[in-house]
Design a protein around this ligand. Structure first.
Ligand code: PGA
Length: 254
């Protein structure tokens, strides 16, 4: 059975105090949560350990993710953060290949493959992000772009390694724009991704892989997105910055 997940990507938002207040409010909102979905919070680096501590009483339900990781184990990389450091403060997941990093920092599929490797080697679960731009969608290239991102970024992994990966499909044109892919548009790509995984790793691993949708997920559209057969939750930016909205999103997962 794949896990259904509401993952909040706080990006470069919130002070330490605001982040702690948000995490505390979520823990309180989820005090009586009986559903089977899980929540992941991805704060800025300086507060990783603080958010691990703030959610510790609900660690069965809430995990903490870094927003990026360096591909090397350690060394002279001023300003960067190693996978072992992320793991050492109790975070368990890491977002890899978010479109903002692909765009602003020119992160390639090959680089992201090595980031996935170092994450896995340190026991971190990669949340591997893929998605097409508007130009690519309008040119009819969506599925080719997705195929290349999935294959080049993650198909070097063994079966056991791939089974640890969470995939996040985030059409770039839907991120932070208020434009959401329709449930049918998202489902089409999710089913395609699951098919690629099935062809490579077999139906069982494909069936167990959590594939999140990201791009302007909010309480008002979460139900219809999460009702799709191959959408197993959301990677949520803006709506994860408000405790009540993000609580409604995990509740939409059941
Ligand atoms: P958004 O961001 O929900 O604000 O569109 C999603 C993401 O970038 O992960």
């Amino acid at each position: 059975m794949r896990t259904r997940i509401a993952a909040g990507n706080w990006k470069m938002n919130l002070t330490a105090q605001e982040a702690e207040a948000l995490a505390t409010a979520l823990v309180s909102n989820l005090a009586d949560y009986q559903g089977s979905a899980k929540m992941i919070l991805s704060p800025p680096f300086p507060y990783l350990s603080q958010i691990v501590a703030a959610t510790a009483s609900k660690s069965d339900l809430i995990s903490v993710a870094a927003q990026n990781v360096h591909q090397e184990a350690k060394g002279a990389y001023t300003g960067d953060t190693a996978a072992s450091m992320i793991a050492s403060v109790g975070a368990t997941h890491v977002i890899i290949g978010h479109s903002e990093r692909r765009t602003y920092y020119q992160e390639s599929n090959a680089l992201l493959a090595s980031k996935i490797d170092i994450a896995l080697a340190n026991g971190l679960t990669p949340i591997y992000c893929i998605g097409e731009t508007l130009d690519q969608r309008e040119a009819g290239q969506t599925l080719d772009v997705i195929r290349a991102q999935v294959e080049e970024g993650s198909f070097h992994l063994s079966d056991a390694q791939f089974a640890e990966v969470i995939v996040a499909y985030e059409p770039v044109w839907a991120i932070g724009t208020g434009k959401t892919a329709t449930p049918d548009q998202a489902q089409e790509v999710h089913a395609f991704i699951r098919g690629l995984i099935s062809d490579k790793y077999g139906a069982s691993i494909a069936d167990d892989t959590t594939i999140l949708y990201g791009g302007s997920v909010k309480p008002a559209n979460a139900n219809e997105l999460f009702a799709q057969a191959d959408i197993d939750g959301g990677l949520v930016g803006g709506a994860s910055l408000k405790a009540d909205a993000f609580t409604a999103i995990i509740e939409a997962l059941g």
